[in-house]
Every structure is written in C-alpha cells, then in structure tokens.
Design a protein around this ligand. Structure first.
Ligand code: B12
Length: 417
C-alpha cells in the first residue's frame, strides 16, 4: 500500500487512510505501508501483488506514474482517495480498479475479487454511519507509537460546507466516544521522553466543534485521562465558554482554525448575527487564548472580492490578532468542489497540472488582482506575519537565549570568566 507524501515536512508520516485499509484487510495478508518514499528504484516494482495507492490531487500524477510502473511489473493496482473520487475516469486509466468514496463497505469485495483474479474496474464505496467500528479492533491493537502518530479519527464531515473544501463526504458522523477513550488509553502506552508530562493525541477530523454535544461528552470523558490533544476546529467554539473550559480541562493545547477570510460573510463559521468582521472574531480569539489554548489560524489568499487594499487590511488584522501561528494558503480549486465547477464555468482555471494544486500555487485567474499580486501578497504577508506571530517570536527568543547562553558558557568553560 502506497501513500505518496509530496513534500517532506508537509505532513504526518503515517497515512490514516492506508492504516484504515490495512485494518480492513484479512490478517493472513502481508501488508507493507510505504510513506514518504521520495526515490523509487526498479527493484521496488515487482509482480503478483495487490497495490493500493492513496492519492490527493497534489500527488495524483506521482500516483499514476507509480501505478503504471507496478502494473507493468505485473501487480494489480487499486487507486483511491479524494482525487480518485473527484475524477474517477482519469484515475481509472492508470489502475486495474478504482474505489470511489469511502472504502469500508467495498474493500473486502476488492480483496475477494483480487483472489479470484476478477477485479472490477470500479467499486463505489457507500459511506457507513458507523465508519469506525469495522476498524476499531485493529487500531486498538496497533503499536501505541504508530497509533500516537496516526491519531484518532473521531468524525467525518463538517457542519460547514465551504466551496473550496474537497473532502470526500459531507455526511457528518462521529466515532463512539467510548471507542475514542479506549484508543486514547492505548496511545498513553506509547513510550515518550521523560520531559513530556502528558501524551499528545492528534484528533483527525475537519471540525471538532461540528457537534457541541458530542464534543462536550467527549471532553468530559477525557478529563480523567490526563492527555494533551490538538485538532481542527471552527472559530465559533470561541463563543462557547462551557466547551472551552471542558476543552482546556481535557488537555486541549492547540486548535487549527480555518478563518479563511477577515470578512466572516465569505465563510460564515458562526450563526451569531453580531459577528460581522474579523475584529468580531477577536472576541473568540481572546476567549480561546484565555483558556491557554494556542490557535493555528489559516487564511486564504486569492478570494474574488479581495482588492490590494483588502490585503493591507488582512495584514493589519493578522499582526494584531495574537494568533499563535498563521497558515496562509493560496485558494486552490480542487476537482470535485463547487469552487472548481464555478471557476471552470467562468473559464478562469489556468492549469490542470495537478502537481500545482498544492495550495502554494495560483492555478486560476483572480478577479481583482493579478496572479503576480496573489504571490506578492502571499509571500509578503506570510513572511511578515511570521516575524509577528508569537510562535516565531518564541523561537527567536529561544534562539537568542541559547546563542547568548552558549557564548557565555563557552567563554566561562574556556577562560573561566
Ligand atoms: C489528516 C489530513 C492531512 C494530513 C495527512 C495527509 C495524509 N495523506 O495522510 C496532512 C497534514 C499531512 C495533510 C496535508 C495536506 N492536505 Co490534508 N487532509 C487531512 C484530512 C483532515 C483527514 C484525512 C484523513 O486521514 N482522513 C481519514 C481517512 C480514513 O479518510 P480518507 O483519507 O478519505 O480515506 C478514505 C477514502 O478516501 C478511501 N481511500 C483513501 N485512500 C485510499 C487508497 C485506496 C487504495 C483505496 C482503495 C481507498 C482509499 O478509503 C478511506 C477509508 O474510507 C483531510 C480532510 C478529510 N476529511 O478527508 C484533508 C485533505 C485530504 N487534505 C487536503 C489537502 C489539500 C492537503 C494539502 C495539499 C494542503 C495542505 N493542507 O498543506 C497537504 C498535502 C500533503 C501532501 N500529500 O503533500 C485536501 C485534499 C483535497 C484533494 N483533492 O487533494 C483534504 C480533503 C482537505 C479538504 N478539506 O479539502 N492533510
């Protein structure tokens, strides 16, 4: 099974998607999950195997290249993942089979058909309400260190439907909290450095605040476990005092929040009428910070109604926001999204070279400014906010103290003064 991570450091070395497939595969199969492999050699491609490749849009061409090589070597290749679900016909050209959607309901059939040498071209995965129980036992017995890297998959879907979001399913479902608690207990068994007081849990989901009731129940049950956790979330959690307290008590350290824009009407992430601009978001930001939870805030460059003056306003907001770490992404019309359909209809997509769909490249014609200006504002705001964001100031401080400390220590060791 191959998970192609395009750029070292973009990501988590453990693909949850492929661990899920491994969990669905009969135990008598010898499974090898390959992550982060940048260089492939002829010997890597042998025949007689079933190869599953998970591909995002940014890694699709690499996935196709590998799929062609494995098939040439006589192995059967099955492709799956967000890009395959969005463009099945394109992916089918490079695979013996493709799985559209979620694999839980079809992977057993794929395995059986492979054994009978009768693979079908297309398998359409039905989204399961209880998507986690079929794989629960596997994750419960997974090596705790691997599990702590893989994280806990607590929900699929999100209560918001942003037009740029390319996730496979919009149907909001949750993992049973009792299963989440057992998985966290397993993660706690992972060895960790003596100075790490609480084991870190990564929650894999698009928005941990999609259901406040679910989050409240989970956080309450987590408090006795004494772990730390991080997860994706929407800003409206900042207006819910009770849940912020529960999040803090249950060990929340960081929230990755998709602000997207300083104009809340672009991607409204709260039903509160009085929240109109990012300035109003500051109430939520300060509430979250008051609970000593760090915010990783992501903002999009390239939105249609942003003029150069709006980017000045974005910069002015970001340097005063107190957001711990700022993520900037260039608007990317991933296939299968409403945004892709709209820009395609308006004939504004410049490139269908999927390698460029890495949120760092402008692949469409912006409305108010030029592509060059999109890059100018992206890198200018990115580097300027880097110097203002508390996370970097913290590291500058650390660097400065260790540099000065190192100097005086070496002077004392060498010359005694
Ligand atoms: C965790 C995560 C990450 C992690 C890990 C990614 C990884 N590949 O392991 C990190 C932080 C590294 C990451 C990085 C990026 N990500 Co990301 N990520 C996610 C997130 C939140 C969860 C993915 C996950 O683990 N889901 C749980 C698993 C079980 O679900 P799944 O992956 O969908 O797999 C199921 C099916 O797709 C299918 N399937 C998947 N693979 C395969 C393979 C085979 C053979 C088969 C049969 C079936 C199959 O079966 C699985 C079980 O049902 C999703 C959002 C989402 N809701 O999916 C975004 C998402 C996948 N990411 C996205 C993007 C754009 C990126 C980045 C390009 C941008 C960025 N944020 O920097 C980078 C690219 C990294 C790279 N490869 O270079 C987009 C992908 C859009 C697209 N069409 O490509 C998504 C959908 C976010 C979004 N809302 O648009 N990401």
């Amino acid at each position: 099974m191959v998970n192609i991570i395009q750029r070292i450091g973009t990501g988590n070395p453990v693909s949850y998607s492929l661990l899920t497939l491994a969990a669905l595969t009969p135990v008598d199969y010898k499974i090898k999950i390959i992550n982060l492999k940048q260089f492939w050699f002829g010997s890597d491609f042998s025949g007689g195997k079933l190869i599953g490749i998970s591909c995002l849009t940014s890694t699709a061409f690499e996935a196709y290249r590998l799929a062609d090589k494995f098939r040439l070597a006589g192995s059967k290749v099955v492709l799956g993942g967000p890009h395959v679900t969005a463009l099945p016909l394109e992916a089918a050209e490079h695979a013996d089979s493709i799985v559209i959607g979620e694999a839980e309901s079809v992977w057993a059939q794929v395995i059986k058909d492979f054994e009978n040498n009768h693979l079908q071209k297309v398998y359409k995965g039905e989204s399961l309400e209880d998507f986690f129980t079929p794989v629960y036992d596997y994750f419960l017995h997974l090596d705790p260190r691997l599990l702590s890297l893989a994280g806990v998959h607590i929900a699929r879907g999100c209560k918001y439907h942003c037009d740029f979001c390319a996730r496979i399913s919009t149907w909001l479902r949750f993992t049973k909290t009792e299963q989440v608690i057992e998985i966290i207990k397993r993660i706690k068994k992972a060895k960790r450095a003596f100075f790490i007081r609480r084991p870190m849990v990564i929650f894999r989901c698009d928005n941990i605040y999609s259901s406040p009731d679910y989050a409240k129940k989970l956080f309450k049950e987590m408090i006795p476990l004494k772990v730390s956790w991080i997860g994706n979330c929407s800003i409206d959690i900042g207006f819910d005092e009770e849940i912020l307290w529960l999040a803090k008590e249950s060990g929340c350290k960081r929230l990755l929040i998709g602000f997207e824009s300083i104009y809340s009407k672009d991607y409204p992430k709260t039903s509160l009428k009085q929240i109109q601009t990012a300035e109003d978001y500051k109430i939520a930001i300060n509430n979250i910070k008051a609970h000593k939870i760090k915010i990783f805030g992501s903002f999009i460059i390239g939105l249609d109604h942003y003029s150069n003056f709006d980017y000045l306003k974005l910069l002015w907001f970001l340097v005063r926001s107190g957001i711990w770490h700022i993520y900037l992404l260039i608007l990317t019309p991933f296939p299968g999204t409403d945004l892709f359909l709209r820009l395609k209809k308006e004939n504004r997509i410049n490139s269908l070279d999927w390698r460029k769909y890495d949120i760092l490249t402008c692949v469409f014609k912006p409305k108010q400014i030029s592509v060059f200006s999109v890059y100018l504002w992206f890198w200018f705001i990115r580097y300027l906010t880097v110097f203002f964001s508390p996370s970097i100031l913290f590291f500058w401080l650390l660097f400065f103290v260790s540099w000065q400390g190192g100097y005086y220590l070496s002077r004392w060791l060498l010359y005694g003064f």
